[in-house]
Structures are given as C-alpha cells and as structure tokens.
Design a protein around this ligand. Structure first.
Ligand code: GLA
Length: 728
C-alpha cells in the first residue's frame, strides 16, 4: 500500500482504487505529484517544470531562478517564504515573527492506523486493513516539527490525512492556523460541491464553478453547523451520479471549521480543510504536541453515487462504534411535536401505549421532563426529574413503558444552561462569557464552559445520577444554540484562543466516558436537527436527528443532500402531523411514511388524533419497514432522481448480493400534461431476472438501461410509491 523510492525520493500510496503520490523536491520541500486513478508504478512523469516566473521569490537559493514555492504543488505549504497562496500553517514564534519553512527530515511506515489522542477518527479492526505513512518535516530555525499522517485502507477508496505539531524548542510558539490537509491540483478544471443550509433546511447541495481567488466555506459557530457541513467535493464538469471523477473531503470534527478552495494565477487549485483558523491561537510549549482532527478523503472515478457509498461503508464499518454498529435501529416515538412541554406521567404512558399498538419499539421522552421546564426559558442545567410532571419519579414511568415491552429513551441538552436554573444561581461563572461584557442569549440560554473539568464533572454527576436510577435505553443529546463570547475564566488571557477547540475536546472527553459507562444505550445526536451532523459526533453517537423540519417534501431535499456523505443508518426521520408544524403543508400519510422510512423511521405526532384507518395503515407500514429496514439502513444506496433539479425524487436500496431492492419514487406536485418519466434503476445484477412485486418480471439490465416508464397522470400533489424487487 505504501512504497518509497529512495533514489527518486517518491512516496506512492496505492490500492486498487487510487494512487496518491508525493515527492521530496529540491531543498527538501514536500511536493504533491498525483492523486487519482491507480497507476501501476510511478516513474516521475510529473516532474514540475522549472520555470523562471517573475515575482515568484527564489528561496532558499537566490541563484536558482527556476525554483520557487510560489507555483510548486505542495503537501504542507509554508507561510512567509515565497508561496503567496494559502499556507497550511501559521505559527508565531517567540520573537514575533510568523515565517516558517518546514522541510523533509524523515519518514516512517506504520501498520494500521494510529488513534488520535482526544479526537474521534475512523479506525481499523485488523491492523492489516490499513497502513500509515508518517512524514516528519522540520523548521530548522525554530525546531518545530510537523508530522504529516497519511493512512490508506487496503480495500477502500479512502485516504485519511492529519497533522501533528511538536515544539522541540524551549521557547513557546503560538499556532494561529494548522490545517488537517492541504492539497494541490494542477491542470484540473474542477467544479465544486458544498452542503450549505440553515436551521430546518440542512444539506443543500450547491454545485458551482471555481473562480480565481479564494472560496472559504466555514463555520464560526462553535459547531460544524447547519449552515456549512464540513464537506466539500471537487468534480469534473461532466461528473454526475454515475460517472466521472470526484474527490470528496469530510472533516471528522464537530466545532468551527474551514474549507479553502483557491484557484491561483496559473489555474492550479489548492484545497485545505481544518479547524477554523480565525478563532484559533494555540500556545505550544516545549515538547508539547498538537494534533489536528483528520480529514477523510474519498476518491471516485464513477461519480457521486460511488463516492457516497464509499463514505457510507466507511462510516458504518469503521467510524460508528458500540452495540448499534451495523445493527438495525428501532422504530421510535418522540413526544416533542405531540406534546411539546405540556405533559405528565399519565399522558406519556398513554402515548406509549398507543405507540406500542402501532408496532413502535422505543418511546423517547423529549425536552421538558426536568427542573421547572415548562417552556424554553428555564431549567437547562438542572437535570433532576420534575416533581410536578412525574410525582412518582421518572423511574416509575420508565418501568411502566418498559412493561409494555418498549424501550425507553430520554432527551438531554448537557452543554447548555438557563439563567433561570439552580446551576446558574450557584455557578454563573461556568458559562462561556467575558467578565464585564454583556452576554448573548440564544433560545433564552447560555453555553456551559465545557472546556472546564469542574463544569463537565458537575453535569456528569447529574446525568449519572439519573441514568443509574432509571432504566434508559436511548439518549437524544441536543445542542440548541451556537457559541458566542467564547472566553473561559478558567484559564489565563494568553490561552483564550484555545477555548473554541478545548470546548470540543471537553465534549469529546465527556462523550467517550459516557458511552463507555453506558455501552447499551443508543445515542442520537441533535443540534436543532442537523446542526452537528458530522463524522466527529458519529464516532460517539450512531445516529443523528437529521432536521427539525419533519415536512416530507422538505425532507426529500434534506435527506438527499445528507446522503451525499452520511449513511442512511445514521439519519433519523419521523412521520409527523399534517398540516406540518414547520411548513404548514398538508401531505398524505403515504408520502410521510415513504420519506421517513427512507431513514431510521420514527414518529412524532399526537397519536390520539389519528383515525382508525390511519392507525391501521401505520401499523402495516411499520410491518413493512421492519421487514426491509436492514436493507434500507445498511444496503447500498443509489440516488436515482434529484429533487434539487425538479419535481421528482427517487432513490433505491440494494442488498449486498443484489438479491433484494426497494425503490422509493416521489412526485411532488401534480402537473397536467406532464412528459413521460422513465425511472432507471441502479445497482442491480444486469444478468439476473427480477420480480417487481405486483408489476412483473424484468432483467436487471432492462431495468437499469431501458428503465421503467411511469404514467405521468397524477391527480394529486405529493404522490409516492415503492417498488419491491426480488432476484429470481
Ligand atoms: C431541538 C430539537 C427538537 C426538540 C427540541 C426540544 O430543537 O431539535 O427535536 O428536541 O429541541 O427543545
């Protein structure tokens, strides 16, 4: 998987999916040579031409006018010595200077994939699955070393990159920017895709040209954010779902982050991804190390669909942990849109009884069970059970629900605090705030300073007290505002630039401890829906509440966009009431079911408002889902029709042996005189015969290449249907 040509000074990382080549150039500058389709053995065809470019400084050899870093494709570009593009690093030395010049010193090849201390990452189960190249660079003036890690999996089109910085100098440095990955492409006329959005409108796929200059896609919100998922892709102009080159990049991190796409004066493209640099200033003392989060890089020569399936497999198999890894997820009922804050023990048990009758397996008690929480103005931080709502204690309610042979789950928002709470009264200094400066509220709440041990310990004890006394099978971990006035009174002024990242490290430390202590609990991460849908959280929590928007039509786009990177097994999706609480749209129950069961199916609506027929329908739908959920949650996922492009969406799930498949088809608005629509299936065995339930027998090749013609005469809005395929 990793070869080093001593003579030519070239490293070649390769498997059957891709090659990645880097070389040690003149003066020990680490150059990027190639990333793409696998090549057998690299002999040096990509030697970057020596050109005398005006206004490109010649460093370190002033006499050699043919060599400049300003144009050279590199792996770890420096700041301040001749490359005027974005640098991979900015450090301030003790003398106030900010120049660095990292050059090759040594390398090491490691079996497997080392863990990153304190940070989530993809992993190996067997050491032989991956190899890691560690390249040691040094700035010989400051004695600071940068260790670049490249891990390649044997059987996946995945390369992981990250950096570790070590200060070997007695004098401290401050790190102002350190990307996890910097990569240069020459001669590629790429477009780019990003996943931007907003609350209740997550993962909007935006494809655009790459203009000269710098595109900076980022979050400064303290979380990975609804607004900009930590993912981007570069792709050829003709690349689509099924063909063409794509390079996907996803940062395994849950805090503020940045992605840089820079097209330079010679149309070369530099991309970078890492922690948000504008909020970052990390002091590194003698012999201290700093590790960046990792970037997962996926290469596909077969379009976006193949890229997504590579991400899905990797995340299901080598990111998610715990007992729910690759295990089917239960159908849940969540009381939020059914009751909001207005409930008590009997109302909850009644809902659970009704849910049970519909075939629902897990009851989730959402916000409002603790302190005096009857609205969103109070009690975050007071994680003890509301006496008023549960006079006999929550344990009793949980037991009553479990007696129904249902699992019981509960909501927490541990990183937050209300001004009206016992915790705030006792510890106002525990919120992120700047003494003497007014403090922003958002959803009436403040953010607890999770960078501080004593704060985490208090919340830990409160949570353990509840979890040790109540049978809990599931936790929804929520986070309902972004970080402002980021400052910790727990550390001195010079360390304030570390707090954004220390907050995330504190959160990760807490989550690691929590999942270790409660290994049987199913965790669902949430931040007002998909505000923290990132691989960092997936390392601790095996599913995410995809969006607060439960409207089936909005969800077509949200789930389609989310599926670009994240597996179906991780996407929580619920059937809710009509008219919908976010959009007021009135959709039929069938489409709400079909959209919600294209992920981890759940329900959140007032069950007593359902008619007898609706209840019967839901029960049947749940039977259907239970029969096919393994295929849906873990099958190969193919996007067939893109709702961002028109009135129709379709996708399908195929099992590993291509024996069974389920296809979902949605027509959003009824239109008179619509053209014929042809549905081309995907992922089938072209030589096999398939039976489509209630329709007929066709060969795989016929379904994929000729396609099924669909009658366009739809009489009502929001129509949907399913096709069930079985190989004969
Ligand atoms: C957030 C979540 C919702 C719900 C509420 C409760 O908005 O995304 O699902 O849990 O909080 O306050």
């Amino acid at each position: 998987m990793i070869e080093f040509d001593e003579k030519k000074k070239i490293f070649h990382l390769k498997n059957s999916y891709f090659s990645y080549v880097l070389g040690i150039e003149d003066f020990g500058v680490l150059a990027h040579l190639y990333y793409g389709k696998p090549i057998d053995s690299y002999r040096g065809a990509r030697k970057y031409p020596r050109i005398d470019r005006s206004f490109s400084p010649n460093f370190p050899d002033a006499e050699n006018r043919l060599f400049s870093r300003d144009t050279l494709p590199q792996e770890f570009p420096n700041y301040g010595c001749g490359d005027f593009r974005e640098s991979a690093i900015v450090i301030e030395h003790n003398d106030g200077s900010v120049v660095s010049d990292f050059r090759y010193k040594d390398y090491k090849i490691i079996n497997g994939k080392p863990k990153i201390p304190g940070l989530p990452s993809t992993y190996t189960v067997e050491e032989a699955e991956a190899k890691t190249l560690k390249i040691i660079l040094e700035d010989s003036f400051s004695l600071v070393q940068a260790h670049l890690y490249y891990s390649i999996y044997k059987d996946r089109s995945v390369l992981n990159r990250r950096v570790e910085l070590i200060n070997k100098n007695v004098a401290p440095i401050s790190i102002k920017k350190l990307v996890s990955m910097s990569l240069d492409f020459v001669g590629k006329d790429f477009e780019m895709i990003q996943l931007n959005g907003a609350w209740a409108r997550e993962c909007v796929i935006e494809r655009s040209k790459i203009f000269k200059g710098i595109h900076r896609l980022d979050s400064k919100r303290g979380t990975s954010s609804h607004q900009q998922n930590p993912f981007f892709a570069l792709l050829g102009k003709n690349t689509d779902e099924t063909q063409g080159e794509v390079y996907g990049f996803n940062l395994v991190y849950s805090g503020s982050h940045e992605m840089i796409i820079e097209k330079d004066q010679y149309n070369q493209i530099r991309v970078q991804q890492g922690i948000q640099s504008s909020q970052f200033n990390w002091i590194l003392k003698e012999n201290e190390k700093f590790s960046t989060p990792e970037v997962v890089m996926v290469y596909s020569s077969d379009g976006l669909g193949e890229m997504s399936r590579t991400f899905h497999h990797l995340y299901n198999e080598r990111l998610v942990r715990g007992i729910y890894k690759e295990k089917v997820r239960p159908i849940l009922f969540n009381n939020w849109e059914a009751t909001y804050f207005d409930f008590n023990d009997d109302k909850i048990v009644l809902l659970a009884e009704q849910a049970k009758q519909l075939g629902i397996e897990l009851f989730v008690l959402d916000d409002g069970w603790f302190g005096k929480r009857n609205n969103d103005r109070t009690s975050l931080g007071d994680w003890y059970v509301s006496q008023q709502k549960f006079p006999e204690g929550l344990c009793e309610t949980a037991k009553r629900i479990r007696k129904l042979k249902m699992k019981f789950g509960i909501w927490f928002e541990p990183e937050m605090i209300s001004e009206k709470s016992d915790l705030y009264r006792d510890h106002p200094e525990w919120v992120l705030h700047i003494p003497g400066r007014p403090l922003s509220k958002s959803r009436n709440q403040y953010v607890l300073d999770f960078s501080r041990k004593e704060v985490r310990e208090n919340i830990w004890e409160q949570m353990c007290q509840l979890l040790d006394s109540t049978p809990v099978d599931y936790i929804k971990w929520d986070m309902n505002r972004h970080l402002t006035e980021v400052y910790s009174v727990g550390v001195s002024s010079i360390h304030q630039g570390e707090i954004h990242h220390r907050y995330v490290l504190g959160l990760y430390e807490f989550l690691e401890k929590l999942i270790a202590r409660y290994p049987n609990i199913l965790f669902e991460s949430c931040s007002g829906g998909g505000g923290r849908f990132d691989p960092g959280m997936l390392f601790y929590m095996s599913q995410v509440w995809t969006s607060d928007n439960t409207d089936a039509i909005s969800r077509l786009k949200i789930q389609y966009g989310t599926s670009l990177v994240y597996p179906i097994s991780t996407m929580g999706s619920h059937v809710s009431a009509a008219p919908n609480h976010q959009t007021s749209r009135n959709t039929n129950l069938q489409i709400r079911e079909n959209v919600a069961m294209s992920g981890n199916l759940g329900y959140e609506l007032d069950l007593k408002k359902l008619t007898k027929e609706e209840k019967k329908f839901i029960e049947e739908e749940n039977h259907f889902y239970i029969k096919y959920r393994k295929l849906i949650q873990y099958g190969e996922f193919y996007r067939l029709k893109n709702p961002f492009e028109g009135n129709i969406a379709a996708w399908m799930f195929v099992d590993k042996n291509r024996k069974n498949a389920v296809v979902f088809y949605f027509k959003i608005l009824a239109e008179p005189s619509d053209p014929i629509d042809i549905l081309y299936f995907d992922g089938l065995d072209e030589n096999a015969e398939y039976e489509i339930e209630d329709i007929g027998r066709y060969s795989g090749s016929e379904l994929m290449y000729a396609g099924l013609m669909l009658n366009p005469e739809v009489k009502e809005d929001y129509q949907s249907c399913r096709f069930i395929l079985r190989k004969l």
